[in-house]
Design a protein around this ligand. Sequence first.
Ligand code: R2B
Ligand code: URA
Length: 284
Amino acid sequence: MDQDILYHLALGSGSHDLVEMFGDVKFVCMGGTPKRMEDFAHYIMKEIGYKIPTGTQLMDISQYSYRYCMYKVGPVLSVSHGMGTSSVSILLHEIIKLMYHAKCKDPIFFRIGTCGGIGIEGGTVVISDNAVDGMQDNNYAVATLGKIVKRPAKLDKRLVNELKALAHSDDPYDTVTGTTMCTTDFYEGQGRLDGAFCEYTEADKMEFLKNLKAKHNVTNIEMEIVPFAALTHHAGIRAAAVCVALLDRLRGDQIGTPKDVMEEWQSRPQVLIARYIKKILQVA
Ligand code: R2B
Ligand code: URA
């Protein structure tokens, strides 16, 4: 291509100097909502001591895509990925191409998210060491030219251990590792009883969730990890997913935690990733 239009990011290799804009990116952090990723950009700016000129402010680089948000704080890119596998996969295609056009050297990708836990308390942080889909398959399957193409959804085990080692014993919450299940639906796909439809019993739900935990070590459920793990692995990019559990699915389905508590919980994966980034950048 003589130019590549990264349509959903409102960027392009012909319209922007991508090397100049993004060549120094070392960490790409992504999460579902634009607000959380804007907050993360401000938080990481403070944590790594990155200064922008007085009187200026961080800008949403992808503002005019009206799809995803993107903030750049020195070597850190903070991007929203929306909800679900198709949304995160579109973003990953374009971010991987962005890294390529910008000639970034070995960037590491993080997903900073939320999830439902199985047998863990709300507020627990889960670092994924394995990713499976709703059928407990370890692959990302995409219908391509009328055939199913499967790519292994693999995470970087060394990165999992490095992150686990950064959990402090005096953090007022647990940080655990486990298999993460990725579903294409929040309600029936995750065995909830509170969707618009439900054609199974509470006993069916409990049996399913308990079996996930006992047989497959599934510790949490969310909606993006399979394409996230598969596409980064396919591109040779080291990646990790760290999610906070908003509830224990063995105790319920509705998310009714007060907003302020939820906001504090959602900062927990950000704290862990900031510790990692600071360690690599050697910022005190
Ligand atoms: C976690 O939270 C969202 C659903 O509420 C989804 O994007 C996910 O993975
Ligand atoms: N995100 C999910 O996908 N599921 C939950 O239960 C909570 C957050």
